[in-house]
Design a protein around this ligand. Structure first.
Ligand code: HEC
Ligand code: HEC
Length: 185
C-alpha cells in the first residue's frame, strides 16, 4: 500500500496523464508530436539515441552549442529533466520520412557515406548510437545546415571528428548526402 502510494506520487510528479513528461509539451511545438518534425529546418528527435539527446541539451545549456531558439530552452533544464526528456524522445517511433530521395541520389549518397566513413561512426543503417546521432530520416534542410556548419567550423563539435569528416565534401556532395539521408527509414 505504502509502496503503491509512493509510486503514484512519483508518476504524478514527472508525467502528465498521457505519459508525456510535462516539459516535453513545449518541445513538440517546434520538434513535432512525438519528436517527429514536419518542418524541414527543424530536427526530429524521435528515435535519437538517448545519450545523444541528453548530451546536446547539456551542450546547449553550457553554451558550447549555440542556437537562438534552443539555448534559452536548455538553460532552464536540470540534468534530471534532460535525462527524462532524452528517454522520452528516444523511445518515440520515428515517422516515415517526409522526403523521398531522388533516384539518382540513392546510390550516389550511399557511395559518399561509405567513402567518407559516415557509416563507420553513425552505423551501417545510419541509425546512430550512444552520443552519435541518427541521420536516417532527419529533415533535409536541417542536415544541410549542420553539414555546412561543421565544414565552416561554426557548429560545435565535441571531439572534432565531424569537422574533419566533412572537409572534403563539396557543396554538391552535401546536397546528395542530405537527400539520401533524409529519405532513409
Ligand atoms: C522555439 C523552437 C524550439 C523549441 C520550443 C525547442 N527546440 Fe530544440 N531545437 C530547436 C532548433 C531550431 C534546433 C536546431 C538548432 C541548431 O541548428 O543548431 C533544436 C535542436 C535541438 C536538439 C539537437 C538535435 C540534433 O539533432 O542535433 C535537441 C536534442 C533539442 N532541440 C531538444 C529540445 C527539447 C528536449 C525541447 C523541449 C524542452 C526543445 N528542444 C524545444 C528549436 C526548438
Ligand atoms: C569519427 C566519427 C564520425 C564520422 C566519420 C562522421 N560522423 Fe557525423 N557525427 C559524429 C558525432 C560524434 C556527432 C555529434 C557531434 C557533436 O555534436 O559533438 C556527429 C554529428 C553529425 C551530424 C549532426 C546531426 C544532428 O542531428 O545534429 C550530421 C548531419 C552528421 N554527423 C553527418 C555525418 C556525415 C554525412 C558523415 C560522413 C560524411 C559523418 N557524419 C561522419 C561522428 C562522426
Amino acid at each position: 500500500m505504502f509502496a503503491a502510494a509512493v509510486l503514484f506520487l512519483f508518476a504524478c510528479a514527472a508525467l502528465a496523464a498521457d505519459g508525456i513528461p510535462r516539459k516535453a509539451a513545449s518541445c513538440i511545438i517546434c520538434h513535432g508530436a512525438g519528436g517527429n518534425s514536419t518542418d524541414p529546418a527543424m530536427p526530429s528527435l524521435a528515435g535519437q539515441p538517448a545519450q545523444f539527446i541528453s548530451t546536446q541539451l547539456y551542450l546547449f545549456r553550457e553554451g558550447n552549442r549555440k542556437d537562438a531558439q534552443m539555448t534559452p530552452i536548455a538553460s532552464g533544464l536540470s540534468n534530471a529533466d534532460m535525462n527524462e526528456l532524452a528517454a522520452y524522445f528516444s523511445s518515440q517511433k520515428p515517422a516515415a520520412p517526409s522526403r523521398k530521395t531522388a533516384p539518382e541520389n540513392a546510390a550516389a549518397g550511399r557511395r559518399l557515406a561509405e567513402q567518407h566513413h559516415c557509416v563507420q561512426c553513425h552505423g551501417p543503417a545510419l541509425l546512430g548510437l550512444q552520443h552519435i546521432p541518427r541521420l536516417a530520416g532527419q529533415q533535409f534542410a536541417y542536415l544541410k545546415t549542420q553539414l555546412r556548419g561543421f565544414k565552416a567550423g561554426i557548429r560545435y563539435d565535441t571531439d572534432g571528428n565531424m569537422t574533419s569528416a566533412v572537409q572534403r565534401l563539396s557543396e554538391a556532395d552535401i546536397e546528395v548526402l542530405a537527400d539520401y539521408l533524409a529519405g532513409l527509414k
